[in-house]
Design a protein around this ligand. Sequence first.
Ligand code: AMP
Length: 393
Amino acid sequence: MNKMTIKDVDLKDKCVLMRVDFNVPLDENCNINDDLRIVSALPTIKYCIDKGVKKLVLMSHLGRPKGQVVEKMRLCPVAKRLSELTNMPVAMLDDCIGETVEKAVKDSPEKIILLENLRFYAQETKNDLDFAKKLASLGDIFINDAFGTAHRAHASTEGVTHYLPSVAGLLLEKEMAFLGKVVENPEKPLVTILGGAKVSDKIKMIENMMGKVDCFLIGGGMAYTFLKAQGKEIGNSKLEADKIDLAKRILDKAASKNIEMVLPVDNCAADKFDAAANIQDVGVEIPEGWMGLDIGRKTIDLFKDKLKNAKTIVWNGPVGVFEMQPFSKGTQALAEYIAALDAISVIGGGDTASAVRHFNVADKMSHVSTGGGASLELLEGLELPGIAALKDK
Ligand code: AMP
């Protein structure tokens, strides 16, 4: 990455303003269901403390309060968990801008301070520069470590960089190291697994990666639009009818460039979208009244065969409805197989990250991204505004 990071600056006695992604899932009673996002920010937080910062002012959004104070979206549960994880007291403020906040940051005996949910202000997502300036007044330097929101130009990701020297945190640096390498200079052969619900979400990525990928393995709901484009019967499987022509063009383009596009050769089909549905193993075509909800056994073996010699593997989108046990076999088999390979394995965020965690192999992957949208945009070849705004090296 050609951007400055916290390793390039002197943090001693500085008041550091840091954007983190603490948008954790909460249950009905505001208990944190999964603290991975807090845990992912710990290396940068620890680094700052070890370097002797004067204050570490953390800011994040949580949920979608749409510019209003929503009691259930306060960050208090995050402050509590962060304090447990760092073994340090954390001062939780009840606002993120204004005189009271400025005074609290200055006078707080605690080193770590957490501001209240940024999205209680509509100005945050509008990238309002007055709002950004008020946030910036809380620090001497800005660190962005929120990869999950780096694809958004918001006041706390882009706006603040107009007022403070701005550098990347360790998580952002790691994300860019893995995803940047995949896009710019991957170790070949590069095999990309694409799945998930919709073709339309992945088109730009396929087009951008076409020149770099040696082999695409296509599963999940999106595979059926491609199979339909090949004239196959797909029953009631997921179909984006308006994307059939595009799917045909993608298949033709890949063939003309000698890029493999491997589609399912068999499927696990169900008579309804339900874990308790009737199930049957079928070939490449899906009978009328049935829907393909997972790749079949032969396809699993075929995909494994294509993966075995890969030097780099990028995976974006589960190859079946892995959330329902009867349709989880394909995703589980691939997750476990990739985990045992030596290849560099980069797992896109969102559902694919949840899947590898669900099957307990996340720690065996080279990198599991913390940003679904942000990682997809990088693979689409887009520049992320939250990263573009940081200081060049
Ligand atoms: P995406 O957000 O596009 O990556 O889609 C992820 C979702 O796609 C997951 O919730 C899966 O359950 C779903 N999915 C995977 N395979 C299929 C399929 N064959 N039919 C319908 N949905 C699927």
